[in-house]
Design a protein around this ligand. Structure first.
Ligand SMILES: [Zn+2]
Length: 539
């Protein structure tokens, strides 16, 4: 362990799903004076998300400096062929150390608050309060473990994200009901940061706000700079929420100022208007690769489920397994089984899965070729453009190695921006459903935000850059040694003077996962899945 620290300290503020289309100059000037000052004095631009532009993949890239193809966290779920089973992914699947562990080894004091996919927590030289992807405050979601007690005694209602009551709707009354919860959630982050800062003399502290993503998912047109003036009541109510977010940012800036720390603001991805819903499994049924369950098998299944639920209650929130989808998976050749913005389509291969139907060599290649062509020809009925931006193998789309790619499908479907996919199939569904003009839904897109501010940082508009470059840039600002396995590079344009970049030598990290950390238990998995479903992230 080295303690040679020459650079600056740094506070990173993570705004999930933030885009400059919401946080535009007009919003910042009118109700976010702290954010506006940072933007005015700092170096900022568009931060391009990962492929796929989804929370677990992108935040893991942000805190490892590695692409999803290397760190291996692609989405919420992963699939095991041999057991024909889906399970939740977690930080234990990350194949490289994240910067909390890496910088700990270099002697830095680190604090990570609410960053998604940091559960199960690793031991670090500092503190971790896990964010999205952890089973919530009932779990061991802090490192050190005693921090949980302190946190919950100071903030008994602490949670990682506000729960939205969707039943009250999204008119002004609905907002008046749900937005105070969101505002309280911002305060949780500040209270946690203050608590940890009173105990730990940190060199780097990251605080993530998850609720900005949910706002965009639920009520996009009220937020988008292009449409929010059409909804003056909602816009004005949301101004209160943004003022409170800015106050939270202001409190974090005070903690930064005490240490003369640099400040970075980053998102994991952006959001845009959701224009259509796409159901590839409907197409697979139409093309006869996938068989819907017939009436008799549905009835039998319902009967069996009732018996099972009487004898042994199914864990609340348990992941829906391939056999429980609306399809006869054992009798089918292909199905889209998981979704992480992109669709992950699996073939049911003889010898690989228990009820394989597809020959492993010739037939496999033929079906992949056929499906790639068929999906490539699916058009948006309104624009006449292809609905998929790309269709290809996980290796081609994500750069995954052969072992890992098996978890994320045989074919990856990458939709055009604004199109959200669905696994479901009710029997009468259309494959592409356009959203009505009155839809409020937002969908993930690649274009997020970055901002660096502080002494020795230039004040300028910056170029579009990739999220994979955030971690190396933070290492450079801290004066830390860059690990040899990072995919990103330092954004040296942000610094007024050329920074001296040093690299770690003599240490090789193999890309093999972290054997010290256990995967989630089935109860933890069910709780994470229940939380994701409640917020509408998974079906
Ligand atoms: Zn996100």
């Amino acid at each position: 362990m080295t303690t040679a620290k020459q650079g600056k300290k740094i506070v990173i503020i993570g705004l999930d799903g933030a885009t400059w289309n919401v946080f535009d100059d007009s919003l910042l000037k009118s109700c976010m004076p702290n954010f506006w000052r940072l933007k005015h004095k700092g170096f900022s631009g568009v931060l391009r998300s990962t492929e796929p532009p989804i929370t677990p993949a992108a935040w893991t890239t942000c805190i490892t400096g590695c692409s999803p193809g290397k760190h291996g966290i692609i989405g919420w779920h992963k699939y095991d062929h041999g057991r024909d089973k889906l399970s939740m992914s977690s930080a234990a699947d990350c194949a490289v150390p994240n910067m909390w562990r890496e910088l700990s080894e270099q002697g830095y004091k680190v604090v990570s608050i609410n960053v998604p996919w940091t559960y199960p927590c690793s031991p670090v030289n500092g503190a971790i309060i896990a964010g999205y992807g952890c089973p919530g405050p009932a779990s061991d979601f802090t490192y050190p473990a005693r921090l949980k007690e302190q946190l919950l005694s100071e903030i008994p209602d602490y949670d990682i994200v506000a729960s939205w009551d969707k039943s009250v709707g999204y008119d002004i009354n609905g907002l008046n009901f749900n937005l105070p919860r969101v505002e309280r959630s911002f305060e949780h982050r500040v209270q946690a940061a203050r608590l940890v800062s009173s105990q730990i003399n940190w060199d780097i502290m990251m605080v993530q706000f998850h609720d900005t993503d949910l706002l965009c998912h639920h009520i996009w047109p009220y937020l988008d700079k292009k449409t929010r003036n059409d909804y003056p009541d909602q816009r004005d109510r949301l101004a209160v929420t943004f003022t409170k977010l800015d106050a939270a940012i202001g409190e974090l800036l005070k903690l930064a100022q005490k240490k003369d720390a640099l400040v970075a603001v980053v998102s994991d991805h952006g959001l845009c208007r959701k224009t259509a819903k796409l159901k590839p499994n409907v197409l697979l049924c139409r093309w006869r690769y996938l068989r819907p369950k017939n009436g008799l098998s549905r009835l039998t299944e319902r009967f069996v489920r009732r018996i099972v639920s009487r004898s042994k209650r199914r864990t609340r929130g348990a992941l829906k397994q391939p056999q429980e989808f609306e399809f006869d998976w054992a009798g089918s050749k292909a199905m889209m089984m998981t979704m992480a913005v992109n669709g992950h389509l699996f073939l049911n291969v003889k010898g690989r899965q228990p009820n394989g139907k597809v020959g492993p060599s010739g037939e496999y290649s033929r079906i992949i070729k056929e499906l790639s062509e068929l999906f490539g020809k699916v058009l948006n009925p309104v624009t006449g453009q292809p609905v998929f931006a790309k269709v290809g193998s996980p290796q081609k789309i994500y750069g995954l190695n052969a072992v890992k790619q098996s978890r994320f499908g045989d074919l990856v479907l990458v939709p055009q921006s604004g199109i959200e996919m669905s696994l479901s199939h009710s029997g009468k569904d259309r494959a592409v459903e356009m959203m009505g003009d009155d839809s409020l839904a937002g969908a993930h897109c690649y274009e997020g935000i970055y901002l660096f501010c502080g002494k020795a940082i230039r004040a300028s508009d910056g170029p579009v850059t990739d999220i994979v470059n955030v971690a190396p840039t933070i290492y450079a600002a801290l004066g830390a040694k860059l690990p040899n396995y990072m995919d990103g590079t330092v954004l040296d344009d942000i610094f007024e003077k050329k920074v001296n970049i040093t690299y770690q030598t003599g240490r090789i990290v193999t890309v093999d996962g972290d054997s010290n950390r256990k995967a989630l238990s089935s109860n933890e998995e069910a709780e994470v899945n229940r939380r994701l479903s409640a917020l509408g992230y998974v079906e």
